[in-house]
Design a protein around this ligand. Structure first.
Ligand SMILES: NC(=O)c1ccc[n+]([C@@H]2O[C@H](COP(=O)([O-])OP(=O)(O)OC[C@H]3O[C@@H](n4cnc5c(N)ncnc54)[C@H](OP(=O)(O)O)[C@@H]3O)[C@@H](O)[C@H]2O)c1
Length: 265
């Protein structure tokens, strides 16, 4: 999708981090925006900034932690707003939790938000996109969608699931003018580590070194938009940490050595 002006772009997780940065970047391109997350106050702040660049920016707040409710919500949004040109499935939560200490309920929570809700939203927008033979679905995965990593068992699993689902969807849509892009960020400067789920059910609450020293969210958003405009199937976004994807693929013994030395704190 080369031109974004007047395209309707629905971004989940738009109240902070990558989603917020994406909202500003799309607004500057003249896109019409629909913003979703739970925090209405934050969404309205983002909306006000977007409205300095675009004349259409609506907030549809929702908790996406239950995919059945997310599906009902998505159907309401589509009914109200009409055709969505680009859906960015970005809302998500990481983990900082050893598998042996993680209650099953937490694993399920992560899958529900990071995997089932994005596919529920996708199912709601897909018929309109296929009917119009025009649309783009974007899944924000992670480099841990390509390899496992300590303290991220269910998070990594949810991003592997995203990889499998959206790769399959892309194959099914090969003869349609509906594009699918999977974005795999490395370490991006956001609150993702602070918000990560621990075994107790509380947020991790700490800014990890990886995020503190990562790529800034605006640069990440810029690279994601570039990938969307170029109809890229899959894009890694980050810095030297992206090397782990290649180490895992081509030097599995080295990958194992690195991940077994990671401190479990
Ligand atoms: N930052 C990184 O290093 C990194 C690396 C790889 C992948 N990613 C992925 O990038 C995406 C965005 O994360 P981020 O780094 O920007 O982190 P973030 O700042 O924590 O943003 C997460 C977003 O998701 C929303 N969200 C969380 N739980 C939700 C729920 N139950 N219902 C609806 N919305 C919810 C949050 O909004 P509310 O709290 O207002 O609901 C927020 O807008 C995630 O999918 C993450 O896995 C990030």
């Amino acid at each position: 999708m080369k031109h974004l002006k007047n395209k309707t772009v629905w971004i989940t997780g738009a109240s902070s981090g990558i989603g917020e940065a994406l909202a500003y970047a799309f607004a500057k391109q003249g896109a019409k925006l629909i913003l979703t997350a739970r925090n209405v106050g934050r969404l309205e702040e983002v909306q006000n900034k977007c409205l300095q660049h675009t004349d259409f920016c609506k907030v549809h707040a929702a908790d996406l932690s239950n995919a059945d409710l997310a599906q009902e919500f998505a159907q309401r949004v589509v009914k109200q707003e009409g055709k969505i040109d680009i859906l960015i499935n970005n809302a998500g939560r990481s983990t900082r939790s050893l598998a042996k200490e993680t209650p099953l309920e937490n694993d399920r929570q992560i899958m529900e938000l990071n995997y089932f809700s994005p596919i529920a939203l996708t199912k709601a927008v897909l018929p309109g996109m296929i009917a119009e033979q025009n649309g783009h679905i974007v899944a924000i995965s992670s480099i841990v969608g390509k390899f496992g990593f300590p303290l991220r068992s269910s998070y990594s699993a949810s991003k592997h699931a995203i990889q499998g689902y959206f790769e399959s969807l892309r194959a099914e849509l090969a003869n349609d003018q509906v594009k699918v892009s999977i974005i795999l960020p490395g370490r991006i400067q956001t609150d993702v580590s602070k918000n990560a789920l621990t075994s107790s059910g509380q947020a991790h609450g700490k800014l990890d070194d990886g995020q503190a020293n990562g790529m800034d969210a605006a640069t990440c958003a810029h690279q994601i938009i570039k990938a969307i405009k170029a109809d890229k199937r899959e894009v890694l976004v980050g810095r030297k940490e992206l090397l782990m994807v290649y180490i895992h693929k081509f030097f599995p013994f080295l990958y194992r050595r690195i991940v077994t030395k990671i401190k479990h704190t």
